[in-house]
Ligand binder design. Structure first.
Ligand code: FAD
Ligand code: NAD
Length: 446
């Protein structure tokens, strides 16, 4: 066994959370990052970024249809292998670029799966490493249902790497992954089934909005199987057959599991007295585990915040402040917007509609049809809507739900207004580019 190497901080996991810690500490400390798979983690290799590269091209096709009869003729077609090559033009450089960036900042990179030996020591393969601080940033992984033939199902990683477009596909689950990938597949030209074990799509979002989104997706040809479970998967000559709880057998070329992402906690946690709880590793409000020198950030934490890239990075930056002693306060999260990219997009931020129903004296809830706003008329988004939630006492915007093409833009502006605790009148002190989504904002407060 080689000599044990010592660092100030070791980060386990080279995704957005771990990288935020490593880059944040690199100037002041001797830092190492251990990565067992692809440097950069889920988001840029097999999550947000490749997904949105596919989505962008798919959305252009959907936008073409919105412009049909308004000056655009001819139907755009998806060339799936070329779309995959486009995705690879981005993703292929991520692992090496990330590792080079770390090395360039003086961070030691270690390849392999880390496991704890004691609160200050980890093992990677045959080597042992010690550190003052150890950060768990190991993220989460796709889950397949524990049913006969469950292994025949693919995951989001397989979908985002499909060399050709299967003619028929099924997605099991009704969360972010199932909705986003089903939308890409259907608008690329496949026949798509979405199988959900209850009647609820996207449980984080208000049902009035998820029902609208389901209607739009159904109109594009996605076949929803509500209150249905998959009991068995068998191989067929052309793909797989799914035995459904309603007695039907559904034959498709490919089927994908999208039933959630459990935390990666296979780290010999027992060696440091930690156990994984539902949702991941428990931390206090300083992101410390029960071992004060071991922190956890990102998707691996059991938390109430959404498991998203900017949240993981925020937590990583927070831990840097903790370790350097620059910040001793408990973590305070800003408002976190979240969005589903589903042609159109459904997003929300701040106070939830469910909360307003419980405190009607406190909030003004206003739903507006946006199809008459200049931007949505121009892009022919006939289903665009927003609900704003305003505090009755302060007149400040505190929450919003948006269903629209490019809802991310509107949602980001609303997030800034909420975070900065601005009253609506603040918009009058601002000169935006015209015409744009920002200039349309004045319609919100007519
Ligand atoms: C299909 C898909 C689409 C998504 N789209 C979005 C989106 O649009 N917007 C958004 O904000 N979020 C999105 N997400 C979520 C986002 O990818 C995650 O929230 C984010 O990557 C979490 O960062 P992390 O650093 O906590 O974990 P990860 O990015 O998962 O990184 C953890 C790293 O740790 C490594 N690791 C695990 N165990 C060990 C070990 N024992 N030793 C060493 N290394 C280990 C893993 O290999 C991995 O590289 C998406 C996720 C998926 C799957
Ligand atoms: N746009 C984005 O920001 C984005 C996109 C993709 C993923 N993500 C992140 O990835 C996480 C995981 O996404 P996801 O869609 O896999 O999980 P999810 O938790 O969002 O949804 C899981 C879905 O599977 C269903 N389900 C659970 N167990 C089941 C079972 N045994 N059989 C059938 N259905 C079952 C649930 O009812 C739910 O609809 C998200 O929570 C989010 O943090 C974010």
């Amino acid at each position: 066994m080689s000599e044990t190497q010592h660092f100030d901080t070791i980060v386990i996991g080279g995704g957005p959370g771990g990288l935020a810690v490593a880059f944040g500490l690199a100037e002041q400390q001797q830092v190492a990052v251990v990565e067992s798979d692809l440097w950069g983690g889920t988001c840029p290799n097999r999550g947000c970024d490749p997904k949105k590269m596919l989505y962008g091209v798919i959305e252009s096709r959907v936008q073409d249809r919105r412009y049909a009869q308004h000056g655009l003729t001819g139907a755009a077609e998806i060339d799936w292998p070329a779309l995959m090559a486009f995705k690879h033009s981005y993703t292929d450089g991520v692992p090496s670029g990330t590792e080079k960036g770390l090395a360039g900042s003086g961070v030691t990179t270690i390849h392999g799966a880390a496991a704890f030996l004691d609160p200050h020591t980890i093992r990677v393969g045959d080597a042992e490493y010690t550190a003052e601080f150890i950060i768990i940033a190991t993220g989460a992984h796709a889950l397949k249902p524990d049913i006969p033939g469950g292994d025949l199902l693919g995951t989001s990683t397989d979908f985002l790497d499909l060399p050709s477009l299967p003619p028929t596909m099924a997605f099991i689950g009704g969360g972010y992954v199932a909705v986003e990938l089903a939308n890409i597949a259907a608008n690329a030209g496949a026949q798509v089934h979405l199988i959900q074990h209850n009647h609820r799509l996207l449980r984080d979002f208000p049902e009035t909005y998820t029902q609208r989104l389901a209607k739009i997706m159904a109109a594009r040809g996605i076949i929803f199987h509500w209150n249905t479970t998959v009991e068995k998967v068998t191989e067929t000559a052309d793909g797989v057959a799914l035995q459904l709880s309603d007695g039907q057998s559904l034959a498709v070329a490919r089927a994908f599991s999208a039933i959630g992402r459990p935390a990666n906690t296979d780290l010999n946690l027992a060696a440091v007295g930690l156990t994984a709880v539902k949702g991941g590793i428990a931390v206090n409000d300083h992101l410390q585990t029960i071992q004060p020198n071991i922190y956890a950030v990102g998707d691996v934490i059991a938390k109430n915040q959404p498991k998203l890239t900017p949240v993981a990075s925020y937590e990583g930056r927070y831990v840097v402040g903790q370790i350097l002693g620059q910040d001793t306060a408990a973590i305070q999260y800003p408002v976190v917007p979240h969005i589903v990219f589903a042609s159109p997009e459904l997003g929300q931020v701040g106070v939830r509609l469910g909360t307003t129903a419980q405190a009607p004296d406190r909030y003004t809830v206003e739903e507006q049809d946006l199809s008459g706003w200049y931007t949505y008329q121009r892009i022919q988004d006939k289903t665009a809507r927003v609900t704003t939630i305003t505090d009755k006492n302060t007149h400040r915007l505190v929450g919003a739900v948006v269903l629209a093409v490019d809802a991310e833009e509107l949602l980001n502006y609303l997030t800034v207004l909420i975070q900065e605790q601005k009253p609506a009148s603040a918009l009058q002190q601002w000169i935006p580019v015209y015409p744009s989504v920002a200039s349309d904002l004045s319609y919100l407060y007519h």
